[in-house]
Design a protein around this ligand. Structure first.
Ligand SMILES: Cc1cc2nc3c(=O)[nH]c(=O)nc-3n(C[C@H](O)[C@H](O)[C@H](O)COP(=O)(O)O)c2cc1C
Length: 176
């Protein structure tokens, strides 16, 4: 498969997933900045175009680069994945992912979530402060959701819950 995996990553988790996916598909990983500089027509040569972005307050960073260009790429395998600190099964994932593609876009592309982690050391000061504030809210929330409870335990410090196995649903979709 001739695949390209474009990604936006602040602290490296999404980059790692993009590289794992490139390895598994025999494709190439490309940073969003490079992709933006090329223009949509450059990607016509690929059979599969995948976009990965990190989760920022319930949104997939730079996902509009992908969704705006998608109509041009109809007929190709199209997938978008989001990498966040929420653990798989976390209560806010479904809500976040349901907003990534609209009804029309969902007919010819698919959205996926991969749990990543948190790297406070690599965050900018602004992001670190925002994340600490978010962590305080999460730790106060009462919940019965096991993934949320586990995340509340982890969120005060850096953690890494990424694993290439979480790419399996994407690989299965691309190979269908
Ligand atoms: C300002 C900010 C907002 C975030 N918002 C979310 C969020 O809404 N949901 C989530 O699961 N993770 C959230 N995260 C965590 C990141 O998405 C997570 O650390 C991800 O693994 C980062 O990927 P990267 O290393 O590719 O940048 C947030 C992080 C920061 C700094």
């Amino acid at each position: 498969m001739n695949a390209v995996i474009v990604y936006a990553s602040q602290t490296g988790f999404t980059k790692k997933y993009a590289e794992w996916l490139a390895e598994r598909t025999g494709g190439e990983a490309m940073e969003i900045k490079e992709a933006e500089s090329k223009g949509a027509e450059y990607f016509d040569k690929y059979d599969a175009i995948v976009y990965g972005g990190w989760a920022n307050t319930g949104k997939v960073v730079k996902s509009n680069w992908f969704t705006a260009n998608m109509p041009r790429w109809k007929g190709k395998k199209l997938a978008i994945f989001c990498v966040g600190a929420s653990l798989n099964g976390g209560s806010h994932i479904d809500d976040m992912m349901s907003k990534v593609l609209d009804e029309e876009q969902s007919k010819y592309a698919k959205a996926f979530y991969c749990q990543g982690g948190l790297s406070y050391e690599k965050l900018s000061l602004g992001s670190r402060l925002a994340m600490k504030a978010y962590a305080a809210i999460i730790k106060r929330n009462k919940t019965d959701n096991e993934a949320d409870k586990k995340m509340a335990e982890l969120i005060s410090d850096s953690f890494d819950v990424s694993d290439p196995k979480y790419l399996e649903p994407i690989i299965e979709y691309l190979n269908k």
